[in-house]
Design a protein around this ligand. Sequence first.
Ligand SMILES: C[S@@+](CC[C@H](N)C(=O)[O-])C[C@H]1O[C@@H](n2cnc3c(N)ncnc32)[C@H](O)[C@@H]1O
Length: 309
Amino acid sequence: MEFEHISVMRHESIEFLNVKPDGIYVDGTLGAGGHSSVILNSLRNGHLYAFDKDSEAIETADKLLKSISNHYTLIHQDNRKIREELARYGVSKVDGILLDLGVSSYQFDNSKRGFSYRTNARLDMRMDQESSLDAYQVVNTYSYEKLSKILYEYGEEPYARLIAKKICEKRQIKPIETTFELVDVIKEALPFKQKAKKGHPAKQTFQAIRIEVNQELESLKCILKDGLEMLNPNGRFVVITFHSLEDRIVKLAFNEVVNGKKSIKGLVDLNQGTKKYRLILKKPLIPTEEEIATNPRAHSAKLRVIEKI
Ligand SMILES: C[S@@+](CC[C@H](N)C(=O)[O-])C[C@H]1O[C@@H](n2cnc3c(N)ncnc32)[C@H](O)[C@@H]1O
């Protein structure tokens, strides 16, 4: 299968990153390299460090980027390790960071990766295929309490308890092995009125399990904290999110450093002091109707930008 992915808000995000030809930039979510290629095209003596947990993404993007220039380094690692990974190259400060969160279309549409409720595959959902935790383990070994908490918190699934209960019942008879088996269990658990609603009934449960498998929110909090600290003056942090949980974390972290008020979760270290950052966009930017028409994956995207003063 070809590694295909249409970058969301590609030009807007790079414009907001304000790339300086000699600057140091980080793409924390390389994917197929769509955003990275635009950054690289804007560099002269600068350098791009790009992270992806998925070795197939690294391989694909490398082919694209090497046709542009050699001013880049690809890092097969979780972007939460930004500080220690860049330290290996003697880099402690950067001029800009971009995150385009979530899974790529390639990962989602590739039936072997087990991300989608629309194709049948072994329950997997790992962005990093070397990671030990996969969706099979979450579904078949997590306790009822842990499962219902994840479905409620990461999927915002109102029927989290019913679904977790049904999963626990079914797996006692035999393990739930595939995406379609899980979809059937979810459909059996949900009340009729819920199944009749618009949207796939397994969407929220699959989102929740994917977030757990890839520890997506933990990674986001880490890179926000370290990344904000690592920005040079005038350096920018641009984030594209795809659901309210991610967007809320970004919004709170940016507001914390701008206003110097700890939010409920205390996401970032306020010893950085106040008035050291400013929001470039007061409200998040959303894609145009035209973009959504050509790339439906963009429909829930929100772009936020902050700058170190
Ligand atoms: C939406 S895609 C990025 C697409 C890319 N911007 C492009 O234009 O092609 C997200 C990518 O980031 C990777 N990813 C997500 N979270 C990550 C993390 N915490 N660390 C490293 N890579 C991550 C995924 O494996 C996926 O390939």
